[in-house]
Design a protein around this ligand. Sequence first.
Ligand code: GDP
Length: 364
Amino acid sequence: MEHPENDSQYTGLTVNSGVVQPPSVNPYLVRRQRRPLPSAGELAEGILKGDITTLSRAVTLVESLHPDHQAVAQEVIEKCLPYSGNSRRIGITGVPGAGKSTSIDVFGLHVLKDGGKLAVLAIDPSSERTKGSILGDKTRMEKLAVHPDAFIRPSPSAGSLGGVARKTRETIVLCEAAGFNNIFVETVGVGQSETAVHSMVDFFLLIQLAGTGDELQGIKRGIMEMADGIVINKADGDNVHRAQLAMAQFKSALQLFPPTASGWVPEVLTYSGYYELGIPEVWDMIDRYFAFVKSTGYFETKRNNQARYWMYETIDEKLRSRFYNDHDVRDLLEDNERRVLENRLSSFIAARNVLDFYFNKEGK
Ligand code: GDP
């Protein structure tokens, strides 16, 4: 019997049988077949043809942590490397609200007026702003987002800065192989990410705002020192005068800095991204910079230095992750750390214990 309560001994009590419930799993659901991983050769071929879908796919593999994806990605990068390098790599930084998105949109359209292609990449290790969503970045740059010659890619999702930056650097190679001759790398000007961007671009543009009283306050000296150009945004309406004042302050501050390695004297300009004022002047400065560093040979020197930097950076990162991800090392670290904290072992001996163990293990 379905309900024991309906037994004749329980008079006056009847329990209705329930309604038949539909299954909780949709019987019509067809599991989507995973697309097989394309070969590195296929991907590289598509990229060299300038196929954006293939490029996006390859970038996804670059960003993936899966070892199989990484293996294919590295092979694609290697195949694309001979076709890379032929672009202007421009880093753009500024605090949130400085107008980076608005400016990149108009700078981008300005650059594309002369033909060519533009990729906008980002380094944002916190990835808080967009949470890695493409929509976030697409709506930030409305005009570029619908431009057929622009490729916008949000920052690889959160991870160590070194890791995020390396992926962006590798993505540059793929974009260049796909024929993108302008690369913008955007970063939020609040942390260490500027250094990472600086290590992969030819020109570093710092977007500043006027009208906050002491203009130079809160700007890290190091960031200003890296800048090849400082542009003061929102020079429109009532703000024009203050922007000009800020420009004068930045100019005099820059004079106190030591000469740059390139011999280029960083310039300061005002513009308005929103009202599209002063855009050609900003671009004129960037053109002059490229003409200058190409004439002196600094362009090549810097790219070589960057290539060397990334080689060692990658070695560092791989060594570190291999060391710290080793299970035996982890146990040993835990044990030694405890003894250090209990004052039973010096930090140096503890470090040596673990390292000796690791090197011995590796040597076997
Ligand atoms: P981001 O956080 O650096 O990407 O800055 P956004 O591009 O999102 O701009 C932040 C705010 O400043 C937005 O409300 C923009 O409309 C505004 N803004 C950007 N550029 C200008 C400009 O040239 N003039 C004025 N008045 N406002 C601007």
